[in-house]
Design a protein around this ligand. Structure first.
Ligand code: 5GP
Length: 194
């Protein structure tokens, strides 16, 4: 069993609406050993994809994304949920993203300056649920004419439709750990995913 799964079983807390809280090691306080393990596995999986940039969405994707970007020795770019006053409409790509945990919509943006058609983008996020965040990032990459080299997820909730949605788009989705169920407050991993 990998270290991330051990931490989930030990410290993860199941909340209503199938939300897993991992504030003590990933989403608020961050355990470097967790993100280190994540970064090594992501690198192993995506190392032949000629990655030129890692992209995520603020805020909780930033920690794993910067570690992965460091490993690939490429820049990390994060989509912002608020528009900087200095960035004009025509200077940015945007996508509407529905937040699973907050049940709100945000128009997330990325400056056109930092992404182009020659980029091979690795999308990284902390969780995959319905796939809204990843879909928004894929849309931004495509608006720039860039290639999406894959989607790397720290914790996938496999009982929700995100993976299916992204695979239908022809994307390689790699998750460090896959959760089968959070029923009765208990975390169960996908069979054979040990
Ligand atoms: P999706 O866009 O795939 O529906 O949801 C992914 C996003 O919602 C992630 O960026 C993550 O921040 C948040 N999220 C979804 N499910 C969970 C969860 O169970 N726990 C936490 N902490 N965040 C989640």
């Amino acid at each position: 069993m990998n270290y991330l799964k051990e931490r989930i079983l030990k410290d993860g807390k199941v909340y209503p609406n199938n939300v897993l809280k991992v504030d003590s090691f990933l989403n608020h306080q961050i355990d470097p050993a967790v993100v280190n393990a994540v970064e090594k596995l992501m690198y192993e999986h995506f190392k032949d994809r000629k990655i030129t940039k890692v992209m995520t969405i603020e805020a909780s994707g930033i920690a794993p994304a910067i570690m992965v970007a460091n490993r690939f020795n490429v820049p990390m770019l994060f989509a912002k949920k608020t528009v900087p006053s200095t960035l004009k409409n025509q200077e940015r790509y945007h996508a509407l993203v529905h937040s699973y945990t907050k049940n709100t919509d945000s128009d997330v943006i990325v400056s056109k300056q930092y992404i182009n058609k020659d980029d091979h983008i690795l999308i990284i996020d902390d969780f995959l649920a319905n796939g809204e965040a990843a879909k928004g990032l894929v849309s931004i990459a495509h608006q720039a004419g860039a290639t999406v080299a894959g989607v790397g997820i720290v914790i996938e909730k496999s009982f929700q439709p995100g993976r299916h949605l992204l695979e239908e788009m022809g994307l390689d989705v790699y998750s460090i750990c896959r959760i089968q169920s959070l029923e009765d407050g208990k975390v169960t991993f996908v069979d054979g995913d040990e």
